[in-house]
Design a protein around this ligand. Structure first.
Ligand SMILES: Nc1nc2c(ncn2[C@@H]2O[C@H](COP(=O)(O)OP(=O)(O)OP(=O)(O)O)[C@@H](O)[C@H]2O)c(=O)[nH]1
Length: 595
């Protein structure tokens, strides 16, 4: 191994949400002199506004730090279950990981999930007990958990506080002493793993890479192995944390590559970059094309036209390779798009950014998972829109996606969790005390059930003390039926959904009640019905509005009248006209609260 490579360390910080990952990362950058305090604010690892507001990291990036005569690459990982594949690719670019545990909280669901991911990739794991500055920190308890739950030597754990700057040097020392340098061969043909990408208006689509073998420099012709597409490198560099140009990136290095690539979808996370003239014989293992898990319809409303929306989606998806969309037309909502997302958070982010950054007014239909139907002819069809479920006579069986969920909770809430999971058709797989007062539960649950308000209910049932993480485990048969919603006797296709037969009556009943609450009164009576096939199972009526709301203002105060009209206009936002009835956004999402 070259002397240069011996002085490189590549690592990530993995942790449950809020255990202090960003704060520690900032502190490491600050300590190693990357930036001074004043600059810090603008250069936090989280760059997008929405991420910062929500305190969630979505885009991973890689920062090069200098410590003594070592070069450290700190690779950021997204902290949400929607982005599990991205996390695994970022970890694949590392030789080690800091496993951060909040000393006041202890091990939580995501701690274990990311720990397993890192372990499966053979990373050197350094446990860090964080937030020891807090009076309620219980270091002994955490040490015990580290030993008993993770099977790691608790003596190797570092005590730290990112906030108070405690243990920062110990962490850096552990990184250089305990994490091995990268393996690889500078003289072999180029082999580089893509672990993230973003769109830069000046550079085009930019890939974040870990070079495994060989080197990459400007002028070189590169090939992306999953598609065979070729590009010429215009720039390579590293984030220090500013984007800093370099002459080359070599085996063991982490950095960015720009190659006048117009579309970020050409840069697939997990793909391998090689030299087009002298290609490597095999790509890095583990590539998987991004696969949406959740679909929803997005429809233009207000002054936004279908064309505006198509244009915005086109521009938006240049920067988000995981979003898929196709034109869909709904009898109720007109022309719109069926979009595929990695998960619910991803959906929310897309929706918010389209509204805020692209000024799009839109309505989203309730998200649904992808169902698989085996027809009586033995064909398999993917159903991404519940209204397109074939009629029962064509269906042999319906399959739905399942997840394995891990829930960590104080033991007093186990009873309420069991009840909740049972309502969600979960099957308990294991029950394990991780210390005297904390339990780890594993369940298999249909993913569709988790979309329906699981998170909030879990929070309520455990006063926010339980943590939750999951992974996809495959498709299973379910006794599922399609439920249609009728407004004034007309079915609204965009409100159809698929539900388990045993719960259909309860959900149908709750749904019409919820809709009754959110649909504003109109000048005529509105009838809402839930039906399976031709059988109506629940219905509700909204009494008509009295005609004299505005009349009252005539001759009266003009500003009051204006206010009233403005208020009505505001209320119109995110509404969709269905026949004569106006349906607000909440009506489309009522199903999420109906279980
Ligand atoms: N007392 C104390 N608070 C800390 C420490 N580190 C972080 N915090 C606080 O804990 C909260 C979460 O910290 P972050 O660094 O944003 O956590 P994170 O793990 O990056 O969160 P995500 O990006 O959402 O995954 C913030 O309010 C921090 O100020 C620490 O060492 N001591």
């Amino acid at each position: 191994m070259s002397e240069r490579m011996e002085k490189i360390r590549n690592f990530s910080i993995i942790a449950h949400v809020d255990h202090g990952k960003s704060t520690l990362a900032d502190r490491l950058i600050e300590f190693t002199g990357g930036v001074d305090k004043r600059e810090m604010k603008d250069q936090l690892l989280d760059t997008l506004d929405i991420e910062r507001e929500r305190g969630i990291t979505i885009k991973l990036q890689a920062v090069r730090l200098k410590y003594k005569d070592y070069t450290l690459h700190l690779i950021d990982t997204p902290g949400h279950v929607d982005f599990g594949y991205e996390v695994s690719r970022s970890l694949a670019a590392c030789e080690g990981a800091l496993l951060l545990i909040d000393a006041t909280q202890g091990i939580e669901a995501q701690t274990i999930a990311t720990f397993w991911q890192a372990l499966n990739l053979n990373l050197e794991i350094i446990p860090v007990i964080n937030k020891i500055d807090l009076p309620s920190a219980d270091v002994d308890r955490i040490k015990k958990q580290i030993e008993e739950v993770l099977g790691l030597d608790p003596e190797g754990a570092i005590l730290a506080s990112g906030k108070a700057g405690i243990g920062i040097e110990d962490i850096l020392e552990a990184i250089v002493k305990r994490i091995p340098p990268p393996k690889g061969d500078e003289n072999k043909p180029l082999k580089a793993l893509i672990f993230d990408s973003y769109y830069d208006p000046y550079r085009g689509a930019v890939a974040f890479i870990r070079v495994i073998d060989g080197q990459i420099k400007p002028g070189m012709r590169i090939r992306l192995m999953s598609t065979g597409k070729e590009f010429e490198v215009t720039e390579v560099g590293a984030q220090t944390p500013k984007m800093t140009k370099l002459d080359s990136l070599q085996a063991g290095d982490v950095g960015y590559v720009a190659a006048a690539i117009k579309d970020v979808r050409d840069i697939r996370v997990g793909d391998t970059i090689t030299d087009a003239k002298r290609p490597t014989d095999a790509p890095v293992e583990g590539f998987r094309p991004a696969k949406p898990m959740v679909y929803a319809g997005l429809y233009p409303t207000g002054s936004t036209t279908f064309e505006d929306m198509r244009d915005a989606l086109e521009r938006y998806s240049i920067n988000d390779a995981a979003l898929t969309y196709e034109v869909e037309s709904s009898p109720a909502l007109g022309m719109g798009f069926r979009c595929g997302f990695l998960g619910l958070l991803h959906l929310e982010i897309v929706q918010e950014r389209l509204e805020r950054e692209y000024n799009i007014e839109l309505i989203t239909t309730a998200p649904n998972v992808i169902y698989k139907v085996i027809t009586t002819k033995g064909e398999e069809i993917e159903v991404r829109n519940p209204s397109q479920l074939p009629p029962p006579t064509y269906i042999d069986k319906i399959l739905e996606p399942y997840i394995e969920a891990s829930i960590i909770t104080p033991s007093e809430y186990v009873g309420s969790i069991m009840q909740l999971v049972q309502e969600k058709r979960g099957i308990q797989k294991s029950f394990e005390y991780i210390d005297q007062k904390t339990v780890l539960l594993r369940y298999e649950i249909p993913l569709g059930e988790v979309l329906f308000d699981f998170h909030d209910k879990l929070k309520t049932a455990t006063k926010g003390y339980a943590s939750f993480d999951y992974e996809f485990i495959g498709y299973r048969e379910g006794d599922l039926v399609k439920m249609d919603i009728l407004i004034n006797d007309e079915p609204v296709d965009a409100l159809s959904f698929i539900v388990h037969r045993d719960k259909a009556y309860r959900v149908g009943r709750n749904l019409v009640d919820k809709m009754k609450e959110v649909i504003p009164r109109q000048l005529f009576e509105v009838k809402i019905q839930a039906a399976i096939g031709s059988k109506v199972i629940a219905s509700a009526r909204i009494a008509p509005l009295r005609r004299d709301v505005l009349a009252k203002c005539y001759g009266g105060d003009i500003t009051r009248k204006k206010k009233l009209l403005e208020k009505q206009k505001e209320g119109k936002k995110r509404m969709k006209q269905f026949g004569k009835v106006e349906l607000p956004q909440e009506a489309f999402l009522s199903i999420l609260k109906a279980d």
